[in-house]
Design a protein around this ligand. Structure first.
Ligand SMILES: O=P(O)(O)OC[C@H]1O[C@H](O[C@H]2O[C@H](CO)[C@@H](O)[C@H](O)[C@H]2O)[C@H](O)[C@@H](O)[C@@H]1O
Ligand SMILES: [Mg+2]
Length: 264
């Protein structure tokens, strides 16, 4: 690398180019709200659900960006809320968990999904059945239960059949949600798009245009909401063309870099 390409000693390193879909968050912070998925978006995917790594600078970056946006930054995730808060401590962001089935608004009010005794019993049955799928991981998320087959791909079809059967027994209040090497049963009213719309009906999100960023099929409803509301929708990674998102960013690492450049 020749000397003229080297930044002068002390000169700031060239800042990554802001992605056009996100620049507005820095140029017009009073007009925009940011809705962020977690796994595969803010955080790199890991081999196991509990093996995720939160870069030590990330909670502070999100807090600074939230302040810049007047508090209009929310996490919208398939994770349970109680799993999310420790990830970004000491900050407690507005958050929709279980794909929108539970939500804590900007005022701290928490709305949880009901967990009937029959659902608790079903989760125990699934945990027992999972013993027949070596490598599968059962994730009890309270009002949802996920079976991960990232390390048991040979059992994907059988797991899908069993989960479909449990869904039929559970009834219309529940839904089957697929994701990356995972299938789960969650409350039927869970929708990330509806969660975004609900946040946007409340302070400090009200009156702002949404930027929705996600990486998976469960994020498509919030892309649709953002598109419908004159906002921006950004998909992380390669969606093989099958997405409603109107922009894309290559990886969680790239997104984290760009988010850092948006903080003034
Ligand atoms: O809506 P998100 O915030 O993206 O959460 C989606 C699911 O993320 C987790 O599972 C996924 O990430 C794991 C860790 O990287 C990975 O091991 C797994 O294969 C992925 O499916 C989480 O465990 C789920 O509960 C979330 O629904
Ligand atoms: Mg995700």
């Amino acid at each position: 690398m020749s000397s003229q390409e080297q930044p002068e000693q002390g000169e700031a390193k060239p800042r990554p180019l802001n992605e056009p879909a996100l620049t507005a968050l820095s140029l017009y912070p009073q007009d925009w709200a940011l809705f962020l998925d977690i796994d595969g978006t803010l955080l790199d995917l890991a081999e196991r659900p509990e093996a995720i790594v939160v870069p030590d600078y990330l909670p502070g970056t999100l807090h600074a960006l939230s302040r810049q946006l007047g508090g209009a930054l929310a996490l919208v995730t398939g994770r349970a809320i109680e799993f999310v808060d420790p990830l970004f401590a000491p900050f407690r962001f507005p958050v929709a968990g279980l794909h929108g089935a539970e939500r804590r608004d900007a005022a701290g009010r928490l709305r949880r999904a009901h967990i009937p005794p029959a659902f608790q019993a079903m989760k125990q049955t699934i945990a027992y059945e999972a013993q027949a799928w070596p490598g599968a991981i059962v994730e009890d998320k309270g009002a949802a239960v996920a079976v991960h087959f990232r390390h048991a791909p040979a059992y994907e079809a059988e797991i899908g059949e069993i989960m479909q059967r449990h869904l039929e027994e559970a009834g219309p209040d529940w839904n089957l949600q697929r994701g990356k090497m995972v299938i789960e049963i969650c409350p039927a009213h869970a929708s990330k798009g509806h969660a975004v719309e609900t946040f946007l009906s409340e302070a400090p999100f009200e009156g702002r245009r949404p930027v929705a960023i996600g990486d998976d099929v469960t994020d498509e409803t919030m892309f649709a909401a953002a598109n419908r509301l004159g906002g921006q929708s950004v998909r992380i990674g390669d969606a093989n063309g099958k997405t409603l998102a109107r922009a894309s960013i290559g990886s969680p690492a790239r997104l984290r870099d760009v988010l850092g450049t948006l903080v003034k």
